[in-house]
Design a protein around this ligand. Structure first.
Ligand SMILES: CC(C)(COP(=O)(O)OP(=O)(O)OC[C@H]1O[C@@H](n2cnc3c(N)ncnc32)[C@H](O)[C@@H]1OP(=O)(O)O)[C@@H](O)C(=O)NCCC(=O)NCCS
Length: 203
């Protein structure tokens, strides 16, 4: 039986590793992270269309060919990373995390966006996926800070970052124009120090 492990190195080593997991950047007990490719277009579009009610005015994932190309094309820039959260059982794409505007030099910061797909929301997959993303953020990418801006009424999103140990830093009125309206956001962030401390506590 394959044991979930923290790094691709351990995935390469095992003879008993399912083929999909060989592409994993990180693996947990229920989900693993991998980079999207052109082959994921049909599944991502299908799941985005099926998740419209869940995504409402919060996010706009790619729902057609043109939007998918634009979305995946952003990964050519070093300032963007997309991560697919995939289920270990069957490889289904259950959600997405994106790191946008990765800024180096004095800032070493990224802005994080994310969404689950129906029918996989509310099963703990995004919670585990976020742990894996944070490992990438603070080890492979060696960033100092990650920030998520969340509308105050988005309780599921606030619960997700709180569970991971993000700190509420402030409130930004009319911060982002989403679906045609400037919307207030809460600013949640995690520093590498917070992440290391949470790991020492076993979080
Ligand atoms: C925000 C969003 C990604 C959160 O995802 P999620 O599906 O709630 O996250 P999880 O999969 O980790 O599920 C958490 C829920 O599963 C439950 N759960 C079940 N098993 C669990 C486990 N092993 N570990 C953690 N939670 C578990 C938790 O109790 C929690 O339920 P609760 O909210 O009723 O307490 C999702 O709601 C979403 O896609 N929203 C629309 C897009 C969006 O708002 N994006 C963010 C914009 S800022």
């Amino acid at each position: 039986m394959w044991q979930a492990g923290p790094s691709p190195a351990c995935l390469d080593a095992g003879l008993d590793v399912p083929p999909d997991l060989r592409q994993a950047l990180e693996a947990g007990t229920q989900v693993y992270l991998r980079t999207p490719s052109a082959r994921d277009e049909a599944e991502i579009i299908r799941r985005s269309l099926a998740s419209r009610a869940l995504h409402r005015n919060w996010v706009s994932p790619p729902k057609d060919h043109r939007a998918f190309l634009e979305w995946i094309g952003r990964m050519k820039e070093p300032s963007t990373r997309h991560f697919l959260v995939c289920r270990i059982d069957d490889g289904s794409i259950v959600g997405v995390f994106s790191l946008n505007q990765i800024v180096r030099r004095l800032f070493q910061n990224a802005y994080m966006g994310y969404y689950a797909f129906r029918p996989y929301a509310g099963m703990g997959y995004m919670t585990e996926g976020l742990q894996l993303v944070l490992r990438q953020v603070f080890t492979s990418l060696r960033l100092h800070r990650v920030e998520a801006n969340i509308q105050p009424t988005n309780t599921a999103s606030i619960a997700l970052v709180k569970r991971a140990g993000f700190r509420l830093e402030g409130y930004s009125p009319k911060y982002l124009k989403i679906s045609g309206r400037w919307r207030d956001h809460e600013r949640w962030a995690m520093l590498i120090d917070d992440w290391k401390a949470a790991r020492r506590r076993g979080g």
